[in-house]
Design a protein around this ligand. Structure first.
Ligand SMILES: Nc1nc2c(ncn2[C@@H]2O[C@H](COP(=O)(O)OP(=O)(O)OP(=O)(O)O)[C@@H](O)[C@H]2O)c(=O)[nH]1
Ligand SMILES: [Zn+2]
Length: 291
C-alpha cells in the first residue's frame, strides 16, 4: 500500500494512506541505504495491524524535490501569507522568500490576509506589484471566512507549504481549512513574545485525501545565503525588459549611469518597494562576500 509521511517522531513515521493514518516503523533496510525518510515522502508500507493502524515502511518512492528548511519532500507549491495590515507586510522578507522558493523551482502564491482591514485601492496596488513579478495573488479574510474556498481550490490534491511571519493569521487560516487542526489563535504581541514555534517540527496536515499542508515554523530564519549578488536580478523578472536598455552589459542597476531599470523606476513602471528590496539584498550579499 502507498501513502505519504505526514510526521516523523522518534523513529516512527505517521503515514497517510487514503483516509487512514498508520504509525509505521522504518525497517532495517533504511539503515543500510543513504536515504532517510522525510516528511512529504511517498512511501510503500505494509500493514501489521489494521485495527491499531500499525505498519512498516518498506520503501520510498523517488522524490520530485526536497526542501532543507523546512525539511520536507515533494512540495508542489508554497503559499506565503502576509497580513495586508496589522502587522504591516514586511516586503523585504516576502521578496527573500520568493527568491528562495524560486531558486528551488517551487511556485509561490502570494496571499494577503486581513483584507477586511484595508481599502480595495490598496489591495489593487499589492496585486499589481506581485502579479508583475509572476505570482498569483489572493486576498482573504481568515476571520470572516472570506476567500477560503479559493484557497481550498488552489491546494486540492497538492502538497503546499504554508509560510508567513507570526501574527499574520496562519493559524486562523488553518482552522478555517481544517477545524480539526485546532491551532492556537491569539493576540499578535503576546505570541511574538513567547516565540512559540521555535522548536516545532515539520508536520503535514491532511486537509482531505491527497491534500496536504505544511504549516511552517520559523519563517524569519529564512536566509538567502546561497545566492551570488549578480544573480539576484534574475529573480526580479519584471526588470528584464528594461535591463535591455542599460548602457553596460552586466549592469547591476545600482550605481551605473544610463540604467534602463532605474529609468523604468523613475517612470513608475517598476515598483519602488521591489527595487529597494533588490538593492538591499544585492548589497547585503556583496558585503558578505568581502569577508
Ligand atoms: N482583522 C482580521 N484579523 C485577523 C484575521 N485573521 C486573523 N486575525 C487576527 O490576527 C491575530 C493573529 O492570528 P493568528 O491566526 O494567531 O496568527 P498566526 O499567523 O498563526 O500567528 P502565529 O501563531 O504567531 O504564527 C489574531 O488576533 C486573529 O484574530 C483577519 O482576516 N482579519
Ligand atoms: Zn541597469
Amino acid at each position: 500500500m502507498q501513502g505519504k509521511i505526514i510526521k516523523g517522531i522518534a523513529g516512527f513515521y505517521d503515514v497517510a494512506a487514503g483516509n487512514t493514518i498508520y504509525r509505521c516503523r522504518a525497517k532495517g533496510i533504511f539503515r543500510n541505504q543513504k536515504v532517510k525518510p522525510l516528511v512529504g515522502d511517498w512511501v510503500e508500507i505494509e500493514i501489521l495491524d489494521e485495527k491499531d493502524r500499525e505498519g512498516n515502511l518498506t520503501g520510498i518512492l523517488p522524490r520530485t524535490n526536497e526542501l532543507i528548511r523546512p525539511a520536507v519532500a515533494n512540495v508542489d507549491q508554497a503559499i506565503v501569507v502576509f497580513a495586508a495590515k496589522n502587522p504591516k507586510p514586511n516586503y523585504n522578507l516576502l521578496d527573500r522568500f520568493l527568491m528562495t522558493m524560486e531558486k528551488q523551482g517551487i511556485p509561490v502564491i502570494v496571499c494577503f490576509n486581513k483584507k477586511d482591514l484595508v481599502k480595495e485601492k490598496e489591495l489593487a496596488q499589492l496585486e499589481s506589484i506581485y502579479e508583475q513579478c509572476g505570482h498569483q495573488v489572493i486576498f482573504i479574510s481568515a476571520r470572516e471566512g472570506n476567500g477560503i474556498d479559493e484557497i481550498r481550490d488552489l491546494i486540492r490534491g497538492k502538497t503546499t507549504v504554508l509560510a508567513g511571519p507570526s501574527g499574520v493569521g496562519k493559524s486562523s487560516l488553518m482552522n478555517q481549512l481544517n477545524p480539526d487542526a485546532n491551532m492556537e489563535v491569539g493576540a499578535v504581541s503576546r505570541k511574538i513574545q513567547r516565540g512559540r514555534h521555535t522548536t516545532r517540527h515539520s508536520e503535514l496536515i491532511m486537509i482531505e485525501e491527497g491534500t496536504f499542508v505544511l504549516d511552517t515554523p520559523g519563517f524569519s530564519s529564512l536566509f538567502i545565503d546561497r545566492f551570488e549578488e549578480d544573480e539576484v536580478k534574475d529573480y526580479f523578472q519584471e526588470f528584464a525588459p528594461y535591463a535591455e536598455q542599460c548602457r553596460f552589459q552586466g549592469c547591476s542597476h545600482t550605481h551605473e549611469p544610463d540604467c534602463g531599470v532605474k529609468k523604468a523606476l523613475e517612470e513608475g513602471r517598476i515598483s519602488r518597494i521591489r527595487y529597494e528590496n533588490y538593492v538591499n539584498i544585492y548589497q547585503e550579499l556583496k558585503e558578505k562576500r568581502k569577508w
